[in-house]
Design a protein around this ligand. Structure first.
Ligand code: HEC
Length: 115
């Protein structure tokens, strides 16, 4: 009797695990990343107002050209440990980028930064 219970439990645990990895896949970056649809919304939600002139006075990151020019530095900084003083968003004033958002930035760079 006990053995059956254990088997049933481990089978349902397996199914639960498979469902988890399934939903992770669904959250993966879209195949072709668009600057306007995918990258800009990340910048707007996490890097404003500091990098969006005129309110923001830090390095402008509010245009395609600015983000493209700085993409290597952007990715490096959002991937730093949150306690690093170079980590962005600066001093955690905005929530850190999730792995899937960082993945979108990395895929975009790999795809040669389509507009
Ligand atoms: C609360 C304001 C604030 C937010 C939000 C913020 N930053 Fe910054 N950022 C700063 C400040 C202040 C500096 C200058 C200090 C430094 O270099 O660490 C800076 C510097 C930078 C630099 C270096 C610029 C240079 O001149 O070399 C990059 C790249 C950068 N931020 C990217 C980002 C990205 C990407 C985001 C959003 C994910 C972001 N920042 C969010 C305030 C902010």
């Amino acid at each position: 009797m006990k053995k059956i219970a254990i088997v049933v439990l481990s089978v349902s645990a397996l199914i639960a695990l498979q469902n988890c990895s399934g939903s992770k896949k669904a959250a993966k970056a879209p195949a072709v990343i668009s600057f306007d649809k995918d990258v800009m919304p990340i910048m707007q939600s996490r890097c404003t107002p500091c990098h969006f002139p005129p309110e923001g006075r830090k390095q402008a990151l509010n245009t395609y050209d600015a983000v493209k020019t700085n993409i290597t530095e952007i990715i490096a900084r959002v991937k730093l440990p949150q306690i690093d003083n170079k980590f962005m968003p600066f001093k955690n004033k905005k929530p850190a980028l999730s792995d899937s958002l960082i993945n979108i930035l990395e895929q975009w760079q790999k795809q040669n930064m389509p507009q």
